[in-house]
Design a protein around this ligand. Structure first.
Ligand code: PEP
Length: 221
């Protein structure tokens, strides 16, 4: 089961490290539970060092990566460089599609870059029709209406879409749900047959709220 924190463009280094200091020691050492934090690129290295030094059961990920290999691409974060500090990257988040004109084609290029440098791709799907590049093993169903709005999809519909994605791309595909998840509704999603975890934005910023969700997941395993 996956619990993935997407901090978006939030938290400076001090705030990021204070989150890790508080959350890190409380993450259960349960091999079936994969807790991931995706800070801003600026904070990734410090977060990674804190995780390693303290031996926390926490994986560090990126929120995006470049569709290009390293080279003359000012401002881009190449997979080859990120690889030193992350194991996984969110790709094709709807905020990137909306504000940075990311297309399905760009997402496919990013997946190829991630694959080349052994970074696991977590591809965000707005619905069951979003293309999922071949070889991707982890996706998040994130309906646009539910992201950051306080209006989540129902657990039943999220489960239905997860099933459709699995039918289309293979039963081994792991499907997460994301969109206005809180400690109040997390259990309902995590209890669905076809849902393998959560991608969490706003509720991941608050340590108490995030730890509650991690505990809910741990108790279901
Ligand atoms: C997200 O950023 O992927 C997300 C689901 O955000 P929120 O939890 O704030 O809706």
């Amino acid at each position: 089961m996956w619990i993935i924190a997407n901090w978006k463009s939030n938290k400076n280094i001090t705030e990021a490290l204070s989150w890790v200091d508080e959350v890190g020691p409380q993450i259960p050492r349960n091999e079936a539970l994969k807790v991931v934090v995706c800070p801003t690129v600026m904070c990734i290295e410090d977060v990674k060092k804190a995780v390693i030094v303290n031996g926390y059961h926490l994986t560090v990920g990126a929120q995006d990566l470049s569709s290009f290999d390293e080279g003359a691409y000012t401002g881009e974060e190449a997979a080859r460089i990120l690889k030193d500090v992350v194991d996984i990257s969110i790709l094709g988040h709807s905020e990137r599609r909306q504000h940075f004109n990311e297309t399905d084609e760009t997402v496919a290029e990013k997946v190829a870059q991630a694959k080349q440098y052994n970074i696991e791709s977590l591809v965000c799907c707005q619905d069951e029709n979003t293309p999922v590049p071949l070889g991707v093993k982890l996706v998040a169903y994130e309906p646009v209406f539910a992201i950051g709005t306080g209006t989540p999809d129902t657990p039943q519909n999220a489960n239905n879409v997860a099933k459709l994605l699995k039918d289309k791309h293979g039963s081994e595909l792991e499907v997460l749900y994301g969109g206005s998840v809180t400690s109040e509704n997390a259990k309902a999603y995590l209890s669905q047959e076809n849902i393998s975890g959560l991608l969490i934005g706003k509720s991941s910023l608050d340590t108490t709220e995030f730890i509650k969700i991690v505990e809910i997941a741990d108790n279901l395993l």
